[in-house]
Design a binder for this molecule. Structure first.
Ligand code: NAD
Ligand code: DAU
Length: 357
C-alpha cells in the first residue's frame, strides 16, 4: 500500500508494540517514529527495526513545531498515530507540569502542524490523525455503574486524566471546526512487553523477582479493565483503516479484575516458573500502603461500538496475557535491570512512597 505513517511516542510501551505490529503487517508502508526519549522511551524497544529501509527513528519533542513541520513535509506523512504522552498517574500527582506540556501543548502543536500541512495539500480525505487516549477521561465508576460508553460525560480526576481529556477536546474541536480527519480512541489498562516498570503489572513482576515489597494502594479492591497490548494494537489498526473521521471508539479487554487479584495471580505464576525466588511464596511480599490520592475506584469499558461497526473484539484472555507478560519479563532481565539502575527510577519510587506516608 506504501502509506506513510508518523508514530509519536513510538519508543514507549504501546507505541513500540504498535510499530512492530504495523511494520510486520504492512512491510511496504513507511513508518517514521518521533519520540523525545523521556525516561519512558527506550530506543532498544525498536532495535530489531533499526536499519530497515522503511523505518526511521527521529529523536524530538512533539512540542517542537519546527521538527514536526519538517517531518510532515519531508516524509510526506499521510497519517499520524499519536501515542506520545506523559502516561503515569502517580507521576502526575507529584509533578503535573510535564503532563500539561506534552499532553495538552504537544497535542495542540501536532494538530496545528497537521492542519496546515493537510490544508496545503488540498485536504486529502484519506489522511488521518489518530489520537490514542484513555478511559480515565470518564472518571470513576461505582461497583454497579454501567461501563463507560462513547457518550459517557467526561469527568477526569487526576492531573494525568485531565490533561488527556484536554487533548481529546482539542482533537474533537479540530474535526468539528476545520474538518481535520481526526479519530479518538479511549482504551483501558494495557499490559505486555516493553511496559516501563512503574505500572502495576511490570512493577509487581520485577519486585517478585527481586524479593522486594509489593505495594498495594488502599485495600487492593480497585478494579481495572485489562487489555493485552497486542489486542489494543489490532484495534488501532482497524480504526486507522476503517474508522470514521470525527468518531470516538472505546477499546476494552472485557477483563475487569481487582488489583489484589492481579497481584496474587502474578505471585502464583512466578512461584511456579521460578523455583529459587528470594522470597517464597511471593505473596509474603504483599504490603498494603497508603492509597493513591483521588484514586479512581473502577474502570470498565463498553466496547460495543467498535465491535458492531468495525468488527473488532479482544482475543487474549487475562490468564494467557499475564502468562505471556510474565515470560517476557523473565526472558528480558537485561531490559529491566538497566532501567532499575537509572537514578530517576529510584528517585521517583522513593519520593512517591514517602509522600504517601
Ligand atoms: P509510555 O509512557 O510507555 O510512552 C510514552 C512515550 O512518549 C515514550 O516513548 C516517551 O519518550 C514519549 N514522549 C513523552 N513525551 C514526549 C514528547 N514531548 N515528545 C515526543 N515524545 C514524547 O506510554 P504508553 O503507556 O505507551 O501510552 C501511550 C499512549 O497511550 C499515551 O497517550 C497514553 O495516554 C495512552 N494510553 C495508555 C494506556 C496504558 O494502559 N498504558 C491505556 C490507554 C491509553
Ligand atoms: O485506564 C488506562 C490507564 O491505565 C492509562 O491511561 C494510564 O496511562 C496507565 O498508566 C493506567 O493507569 P492506572 O493508574 O490504572 O495504572 P497503574 O498501573 O499505575 O495502576 C493500576 C492500579 O494499580 C491502580 O488502581 C493503582 C494500583 N497500584 C499501582 C501501582 C503502581 C498499586 O496498588 N500499587 C502500585 O505500586
Amino acid at each position: 500500500m506504501n502509506r506513510r505513517l508518523l508514530v509519536t511516542g513510538g519508543a514507549g510501551f504501546i507505541g513500540a508494540n504498535f510499530v512492530h505490529h504495523w511494520c510486520q503487517l504492512y512491510p511496504s508502508d513507511r513508518v517514521v517514529v518521533l519520540d523525545a526519549l523521556t525516561y519512558a522511551g527506550n530506543r532498544r524497544n525498536l532495535a530489531s527495526l533499526e536499519g530497515k529501509e522503511n523505518f526511521r527513528f527521529v529523536k524530538g519533542d512533539i512540542c517542537d513545531r519546527a521538527i514536526v513541520d519538517q517531518l510532515l513535509r519531508s516524509e510526506e506523512i499521510e497519517a499520524i498515530a499519536h501515542f506520545a504522552a506523559e502516561s503515569h498517574v502517580d507521576r502526575s500527582i507529584l509533578g503535573p507540569a510535564a503532563f500539561i506540556q506534552t499532553n495538552v501543548v504537544g497535542t495542540f502543536t501536532l494538530l496545528e502542524a497537521f492542519r496546515e500541512y493537510w490544508e496545503a495539500k488540498a485536504k486529502p480525505s484519506s489522511y488521518r490523525f489518530l489520537h490514542v487516549s484513555t478511559d480515565e477521561v470518564y472518571g470513576s465508576l461505582g461497583p454497579d455503574d454501567p461501563a463507560f460508553s462513547e457518550t459517557t460525560p467526561y469527568a477526569p480526576n487526576s492531573p494525568y486524566s485531565a490533561s488527556k481529556a484536554g487533548s481529546d477536546h482539542l482533537v474533537r474541536a479540530y474535526h468539528h471546526t476545520y474538518k481535520l480527519p481526526t479519530i479518538i480512541t479511549n482504551c483501558s489498562n494495557n499490559y505486555g512487553a516493553f511496559q516501563f516498570p512503574e505500572k502495576l503489572i511490570p512493577l509487581m513482576c520485577i519486585n517478585i523477582l527481586l524479593g522486594k515489597p509489593l505495594p498495594i494502594y488502599g485495600n487492593g479492591k480497585n478494579v481495572r479493565d485489562w487489555i493485552y497490548v497486542s489486542d489494543h494494537c489490532q484495534a488501532l489498526d482497524v480504526v486507522i483503516n476503517h474508522g470514521n473521521p470525527g468518531e470516538t471508539y472505546n477499546i476494552g479487554g472485557n477483563n475487569e479484575v481487582e488489583n489484589i487479584q492481579i497481584v496474587q495471580t502474578l505471585c502464583q505464576m512466578i512461584d511456579e516458573l521460578v523455583p529459587d525466588l528470594p522470597v517464597s511464596p511471593a505473596e509474603k511480599l504483599i504490603t498494603f500502603v497508603k492509597d493513591r490520592p483521588g484514586h479512581d475506584w473502577r474502570y470498565a469499558i463498553n466496547a460495543n461500538k467498535i465491535k458492531t461497526q468495525l468488527g473488532w473484539t479482544p482475543s487474549v484472555t487475562i490468564t494467557e496475557g499475564l502468562r505471556l507478560t510474565v515470560e517476557w519479563y523473565l526472558n528480558h532481565r537485561d531490559w529491566w535491570e538497566s532501567l532499575l539502575s537509572e537514578a530517576y527510577y529510584d528517585y521517583y519510587r522513593k519520593n512517591y512512597l514517602q509522600s504517601q506516608n
